[in-house]
Unconditional design. Structure first.
Length: 478
């Protein structure tokens, strides 16, 4: 049986009577809610003497978990997993319907069909030969790989060891060509990209200025680094400038923003952010997750908000000396993984220092092949029709909401309907579910208190009738 000893800060003296082992553990144990929770598999009597407030037998960590879960349930904040294949999708980030209409699945089949060479490199493989070493006396093992593009499923290691495959470099080149960045480095996810990049680029002595609505992965990266962190009010560049003026940095200054905010669907004044970077010698770390596939330019179709801005501004030649792009691929590109893109020196640095890159198995190379294909297709304009339909649908939905007098901050495919109370958001989501539509209620801690909402995502393959039916249902229950 698993026993635990709970010692509150007030009763810390009680530990003095415990064994040396317990004392050491007590000193090292983390403080949780002002309590030190010490947990032992069996035999707690060996570790501490029973006494009021000092020890309680038969208590496990599960008791406190259950207590918290109950509280979340009571305040309509509990979450659970749901798979809803039969409901009309208004909640995924598959903005361009590349997964919904089977396009990616067919592409994957094509990519796999191309990989029809036998696996090589295994000792028992017929291709595995021993030849005389070119330098030295001993034999040198070689393989005669019939096709160097032969791609296994598992990468078999981290990129810096044996997990590096040409597919990754192909994907990185195709992606940087698409978004017109000099270089890019692929991470396993957007979360890994943001946490890995920010925790290695910033640190003690740096000051990081974060939009208050920045995604958790950006904030976690800064938190891990130990840099100074300052929040500016959402999209408020005056507030940001006030902070930049007053918070001096011994080392670097960084501004963190998203191109399209994931829960509000609005965009920052990107030109204004770049000007502040110039004025205050700061670097902008811009997360383009939800802008890819919506914003872009003729040269970089769907390539994000920076590409959109660069189309209009001529003075952006040396932009990647001041800007770093983060590009999670799980939204419009419909895949998984995340690029950090910018100056080649940045990528070289991250490859050496970003812990989520260095200490983690690389993705399946077959996924990198898919990323290569999709980045190439975006770049060639093959998804332009979808992008146009997506923009048209988002404009239509916002227009229909305005007609009904409903406000939304949206400037993208994410169109939130803010209702405030979490129970109300759940009720509305349930009513839509009854009518065959999947719109999820987003509640704290993902969004601020009193700003629970329906996060509606518009897709390129929605019809106007479907958009109207969605709003009619909301109106009926509102
Ligand atoms: C703005 C933003 N950045 C980063 C991420 C994380 O990306 P990923 O899902 O690839 O880990 C997300 C997705 O949740 C996001 O919305």
């Amino acid at each position: 049986m698993h026993h635990a000893c709970i010692v509150t800060q007030k009763e810390i003296v009680g530990i003095e009577s415990a064994t040396g082992h317990l004392k050491r553990l007590a000193r090292e144990a983390p403080i949780v809610d002002k309590k030190w929770i010490l947990s032992f598999p069996g035999g707690w009597q060996n570790h501490c003497r029973p006494g009021p407030g000092i020890c309680s037998g038969d208590v496990t960590y599960l008791d406190s978990l259950e207590k918290e879960l109950k509280q979340w349930e009571q305040s309509a904040l509990i979450r659970s997993l749901r798979h809803e294949p039969n409901l009309l999708d208004f909640s995924s980030n598959d903005y361009l319907c590349l997964n919904r209409d089977g396009s990616h699945f067919r592409l994957l089949q094509d990519v796999i069909a191309r990989q029809n060479q036998p696996m090589v490199g295994l000792p028992e493989d017929a291709n595995y030969k021993s030849t005389k070493a070119q330098n030295g006396d001993g034999p040198r093992m070689t393989t005669s790989d019939p096709d160097p593009r032969n791609v296994p499923f598992g990468s078999t290691g981290s990129r810096l060891i044996r997990g590096h495959w040409p597919s990754f470099e192909r994907a990185e080149k195709a992606f940087s060509a698409w978004i017109q960045a000099p270089a890019a480095l692929l991470f396993q996810s957007g979360y890994a990209a943001n946490v890995g990049a920010l925790s290695s680029l910033t640190g003690p002595g740096h000051q990081v200025f974060c939009d208050r609505l920045c995604h958790a992965s950006l904030l976690d990266g800064v938190r891990l680094s130990g840099a100074g962190k300052h929040y500016y009010d959402h999209n408020d560049l005056n507030h940001l400038e006030d902070l930049l003026k007053t918070r001096k940095a011994r080392k670097g200054r960084w501004i963190l923003s998203e191109s399209v905010f994931s829960m509000d669907g609005d965009t920052p004044d990107l030109a204004g952010l770049l000007t502040l970077c110039e004025q205050y010698s700061a670097t902008l770390f811009l997360d383009e997750a939800h802008a890819l596939g919506y914003y872009g330019s003729n040269e970089s179709p769907g390539g994000g908000l920076l590409a959109h801005l660069r189309d209009k501004e001529s003075s952006t030649e040396r932009i990647f000396e001041r800007v770093i792009i983060s590009a999670p691929l799980g939204k419009a590109p419909g895949l998984m993984g995340g690029f950090v893109a910018g100056h080649p020196t940045l990528c070289k640095y991250l490859l050496n220092r970003a812990r989520s890159f260095v200490f983690s198995t690389a993705q399946p190379p077959i996924l990198a092949e898919m990323i290569f294909e999709i980045a190439t297709r975006f770049d060639r304009g093959e998804y332009n029709d979808r992008i146009e339909r997506l923009q048209r649908n988002a404009n239509t939905l916002r227009g229909l909401m305005l007609e009904r007098g409903w406000q939304t901050p949206s400037q993208s495919a994410i169109v939130p309907l803010i209702v405030g109370d979490p129970s109300r958001a759940l009720e509305l989501s349930g009513a839509l579910q009854q009518k065959g539509m999947d719109v999820r209620a987003i509640r704290p801690p993902t969004v601020a208190r009193n700003s629970s909402r329906l996060r509606i995502t518009v897709h390129s393959c929605h019809s106007q009738d479907q958009l109207e039916a969605l709003l009619d249902t909301v109106q009926q229950y509102n």
